[in-house]
Design a binder for this molecule. Structure first.
Ligand code: SIN
Length: 299
């Protein structure tokens, strides 16, 4: 197999690998290392079935059931993301890492393109290690001391209208009580520091006034929008992307309405509560981005 990096720290294409069959141990190890290094990896021309999609995902861990997304028939772990004129997108066009409202948020996501409009429908990912790295030393020190509360907030609209839906919302709230996660986490394997707040699921910073929390969060959310930290993928039917939600955030570009965009997604359950370890030193040297300007103090 061949690994071709797209951007300095995020996004790589893996060529010459057939995902329709189980990966050998050596293949899996190489793919896994590429995933940790590049945060999101993708494969072209993989015409696999939902069975093969789930089988691929099982090599990475336990499959996650997402209670807020339509599921495949008889396949609770297969999430259907099918948007068109009658079904506009529901908050995939907001920067996020998957399901950070869970005590153990989603580890990996594997997204497969079934149908894509002639123009548009790309996905962007942002390297949240680079986003942390790009902060000043004073800001880094400050945000490393903070925790933030997360909630499934945008999915609440699904429970409007009837008493039955209100009861269902209460069941969801009981199932997903708002966790407090560190604002900066240490990746459990690479030990890199990662900025871990996102516009979709973070609601506030603990022990701050609403005003302070809003201002700090806006500054941190904006880091995902820095182009130097991003990778953008143009999908074709048969393209598969795998990403590590503990290292990056993503944003599905919503520029194709009313056309059809059809994706299927299988995610891997988180196996650890997010944690910040002040003493952790990255195990290996990672590429970083320095936004050096000719005029000092531009940013
Ligand atoms: C998502 O996981 O938020 C959806 C990404 C996409 O549809 O490109």
């Amino acid at each position: 197999m061949e690994i071709i990096a797209n951007q300095p720290t995020i996004g790589a294409e893996i060529k010459c690998l057939d995902l329709s069959r189980p990966l050998s141990t050596a293949e899996f190890d190489n793919v896994y290392q590429a995933l940790l290094s590049y945060k999101v990896i993708y494969f072209r021309d993989q015409n696999i079935s939902p069975d093969q999609h789930e089988a691929l995902a099982k090599q990475f861990g336990e499959l996650e059931v997402n209670p807020f997304r339509p599921q495949g028939e008889g396949r609770p772990a297969l999430q259907i993301i099918k948007n068109d004129k009658d079904n506009p997108v529901l908050s995939t066009d907001v920067w996020h890492a998957d399901l950070t409202f869970r005590e153990k948020p989603t580890k990996f996501t594997i997204l497969r393109c079934i149908e894509i409009p002639a123009q548009g429908g790309d996905t962007l990912w942002s390297d949240m290690c680079a986003a942390y790295d790009g902060l000043s030393d004073s800001m880094k020190k400050f945000v490393c001391s903070l925790e933030a509360i997360h909630d499934f907030k945008n999915f609440r609209v699904l429970y409007r209208g009837t008493e039955e839906k209100r009861q269902e919302l209460h069941r969801m709230e009981d199932m997903f009580p708002n966790p407090a996660h560190p604002v900066v986490i240490s990746h459990p394997e690479t030990k890199q520091r990662v900025l871990f707040v996102n516009r979709q699921f973070t609601v506030r910073i603990k022990d701050m006034s609403d005003y302070e929390s809003r201002k700090v969060l806006d500054l941190l959310y904006d880091q995902a929008s820095v182009p130097e930290y991003q990778f953008r993928l143009k999908w074709h039917p048969g393209t598969i992307a795998i990403w590590d939600n503990r290292l990056c955030q993503h944003y599905a570009v919503n520029d194709y309405y009313p056309n059809l965009r059809h994706m299927e997604r299988v995610a891997i359950e988180g196996d650890a509560v997010p944690h910040f370890d002040a003493d952790a030193i990255p195990e290996q040297k990672y590429r970083t981005i320095r936004r050096v300007h000719a005029v000092e103090g531009l940013h």
